[in-house]
Design a protein around this ligand. Structure first.
Ligand code: ATP
Ligand code: MG
Length: 334
């Protein structure tokens, strides 16, 4: 059994990356990279197609966009292997084999998939590929014998299914795969600017790592605060107030924040003033990322080369794993 520590992480190319991605997953990727862990960063274009089969051009366009986002925050292609899911056919092969290890009832019970199906209004007309994406995600991870998986909280039930597949596979065919561990951040779920439970690309309620100062301003000004805090001198609520939720995450000056919170809850601090503070903080946070991103935007060929080289490296490992899998099941005829 392969016991080497490996990290697999990734994003669906359904839109640019946002602050939720940064605090939920990207900052853990950066930490693991600085700790010299071996990181595989997958651009999950096949998973994106499970709910975008009718918009392949959107998926194609976003492959470059999210790679640039990852590079702009500081992931280094010399240390992190970037690869495109659809160009590793072994992942699809492993998915087919794993399909036999999971029941339809189990897929329908997955709380994340259930939530997302509701959000997309699928009902019984859910694409089979979408319902089965936890199976293909297990294949993504296990193809690389990865065991550390930095994710946001919404992905925990999906990773639980991976571990069930590990147990089932090992009990049937011998101990080939190891259990995986989710790596959660201190902010495993960032709320949407609309106060929604999660900022999401598909929900259109996020501040993107590439947003201009004007866009940041527009979104912050729209943020949900305390609906009963009509005049500045009135006491306001901190809990459930999106502006304070974001300040708690992004404002490094915790002491001043405490003073401002006290003032707001006693009365005497306006929503606009506190929103301006958040705009400045987010602009300071995003500006260097946006600038670094522009360098990559000017050289898309460089980004494509990074993806091509990474995909070639990833493919070598995937081929080795498929040989092991075929041997374990007895499909090694020749
Ligand atoms: P989509 O709506 O297309 O599913 P998404 O915003 O959920 O997009 P994904 O590409 O599905 O983004 O997720 C990439 C990673 O970012 C996952 O590990 C996911 O858990 C994490 N993530 C996404 N949104 C948030 C959020 N609001 N807070 C924390 N982590 C998040
Ligand atoms: Mg998602």
């Amino acid at each position: 059994m392969n016991t080497k520590k490996r990290v697999l992480t990734g994003d669906r190319p359904t839109g640019k990356l946002h602050l939720g991605h940064y605090v939920g997953s990207l900052q853990n990727r950066l930490r693991l990279q600085s700790e010299h862990e071996q990181i595989f960063c997958m651009i999950a274009d096949l998973q994106a197609l499970t709910d975008h089969a009718d918009h392949p051009e959107k998926v194609r366009k976003n492959v470059l966009e999210i790679t640039m986002d990852n590079l702009a925050v500081g992931l280094d292609p010399d240390k992190t292997v970037f690869f495109i899911q659809s160009h590793i056919p072994e992942i699809a092969e492993l998915t087919v084999l794993f399909m036999n290890l999971v029941t339809l009832a189990r897929l329908k019970r997955n709380p994340t998939v259930k939530d997302e199906m509701k959000q997309k209004g699928y009902g019984e007309d859910v694409p089979a590929g979408f319902l089965a994406y936890p199976i293909s995600q297990a294949a993504d991870i296990l193809t690389f014998h990865a065991n550390s998986i930095p994710v946001g909280e919404d992905q925990l039930p999906v990773l639980e299914q991976t571990n069930e597949i590990v147990t089932k596979f090992n009990s049937l065919y011998g101990n080939l795969f190891s259990k995986i561990e989710p790596v959660l951040s201190t902010v495993p779920r960032l709320v949407g600017v609309d106060g929604g439970a999660k900022a999401g690309k598909s929900l259109g309620n996020a501040i993107y790592l590439s947003d201009s100062k004007e866009e940041i301003m527009r979104k912050v000004m729209m943020m949900y605060t305390d609906p009963d805090h009509i005049r500045m001198e009135m006491p306001g609520k901190i809990e459930g107030n999106v502006v304070f939720t974001y300040l708690d995450v992004f404002d490094p000056d915790k002491e001043t924040m405490q003073i401002l919170k006290t003032k707001y809850s006693q009365g005497g601090l306006g929503d606009v003033e506190i929103k301006y503070r958040l705009v400045d903080i987010l602009e300071n946070f995003i500006a260097p990322i946006r600038e670094k991103r522009i360098e990559y935007e000017c050289h898309p060929e460089m980004v494509l080369r990074i993806l091509e080289e990474g995909t070639n490296r990833a493919r070598e490992i995937a081929k080795e794993t498929m040989c092991e899998v075929k041997k374990a099941i007895g499909l090694d005829y020749f």
